[in-house]
Write a protein that binds this ligand. Structure first.
Ligand SMILES: Cc1cc2nc3c(=O)[nH]c(=O)nc-3n(C[C@H](O)[C@H](O)[C@H](O)COP(=O)(O)OP(=O)(O)OC[C@H]3O[C@@H](n4cnc5c(N)ncnc54)[C@H](O)[C@@H]3O)c2cc1C
Length: 321
């Protein structure tokens, strides 16, 4: 095969896929970057959009625009729905795409640990749509509190429960705390926004469990300063339209809360499983599998075992060695 027709196909225009495309800018490869969305998203600032601090355009940029000067890349808008390792091709909503090298970087999404019914009452934060929906939910809760006809109803509208004490939950709860204690503090007449109850609920013993232990008490102290109630060792066992049930040790408590946000679990993109299934269909002895979160274990060069032509990057990969 001529070098100038060598096809590199990258799936995903997040941090991983975009950087892979850029790293290949000086090669003669014919690169196609496929994403189901037309924009690259700076996910670390999603919580700011979700709480009104930034607007969506501040954290999203068209993938096509970001790569417009790189002549060896073509951007294709489409969703990858199938992978066939044997014939080296992808099925996409924009047709079949063949590759010589495949770079898979489709990231991860939130997971409700099998309780998918909770999604409707406790949205997660992963996309711009999620962020704007959450922003609407939070701001409308304050509006509804202004018009509430009983103390009980007002309390429920002014109770915000963020489930999951990892970085996203900490950021979200902190931002809602600031919103109620600072940004909105003079804007309402029938209640004091700083009376809002903002809860951060974490099942484990400390917030930020994947970070150094010394950071957790510091984070909890900062959160309390801005009005966030940190509940650790607390498992959410039910989520309803009007509230949640929280179990701590032997006792369970029902809490009325109209705004419940989910930041508790992550599941890799289903393309990881699809890739592994295709590898197994080709060679049943390959031993390939995904980990519990659906990530694909990779070699130290990010290829998958037995397939030097396939790389898995970013949140979709498991690099634990
Ligand atoms: C709210 C939030 C806050 C975060 N804060 C931080 C932080 O402060 N610091 C930090 O280091 N990390 C943070 N992260 C994690 C960080 O954003 C991720 O590790 C990173 O985005 C992963 O990059 P990625 O390229 O692997 O996947 P992603 O950025 O998720 O990109 C995946 C891309 O693949 C596309 N895609 C998915 N499936 C398909 C398909 N079937 N077909 C076509 N395209 C598809 C998607 O549209 C997307 O563009 C945060 C994440 C979130 C959600």
């Amino acid at each position: 095969m001529q070098l100038d027709t060598y096809r590199v196909v990258i799936v995903g225009g997040g941090f991983a896929g975009l950087n892979a495309a850029r790293a290949l800018r000086k090669t003669d490869a014919d690169i196609t970057l496929i994403d189901r969305s037309n924009h690259h998203l700076f996910q670390p600032l999603l919580y700011q959009v979700a709480t009104g601090g930034l607007s969506p355009a501040d954290i999203a940029a068209p993938i096509r625009g970001l790569l417009s000067k790189q002549k060896n890349v073509r951007v294709l808008l489409g969703e990858v729905t199938g992978i066939d390792i044997k014939s080296q091709q992808l099925k996409t909503t924009s047709g079949v795409v063949k590759y010589d090298t495949l770079i898979l970087a489709t990231g991860a999404s939130h997971s409700y640990f099998g309780n998918d019914g909770w999604a409707a009452n406790a949205p997660g934060l992963k996309s711009l749509d999620d962020a704007t929906a959450i922003r609407r939910k939070i701001l409308l809760a304050f509006e509804a509190a202004e018009q509430a006809t009983s103390d009980e109803e007002r309390t429920a509208w002014l109770t915000f429960a963020v489930i999951g004490g990892g970085p996203t939950g900490v950021e979200l709860a902190g931002a809602i705390g600031e919103l109620s204690r600072q940004t909105l503090r003079r804007d309402f007449r029938s209640f004091d926004p700083s009376s809002a109850r903002v809860m951060l609920i974490e099942g484990g013993g400390r917030v930020l469990p994947t970070y150094s232990e010394s950071l957790s008490p510091k984070a909890e102290k900062s959160l309390r300063k801005i009005g966030v109630e940190v509940m650790t060792g607390a498992m959410v066992t039910d989520i309803r339209t009007n509230g949640i049930t929280v179990r701590r040790g032997e006792s369970s408590e029902d809490i009325s809360a109209k705004t419940v946000l989910w930041a508790a679990g992550v599941q890799a993109s289903p393309l990881g499983k699809m890739l592994v299934e295709s590898a197994i269909a080709e060679d049943a002895t390959s031993g390939l599998t995904t980990d519990r979160a659906g990530r694909v274990p990779v070699n130290s060069d990010l290829t998958i075992p037995g397939h030097p032509e396939i790389f898995v990057l970013g949140d979709l990969s498991s690099f634990s060695h």
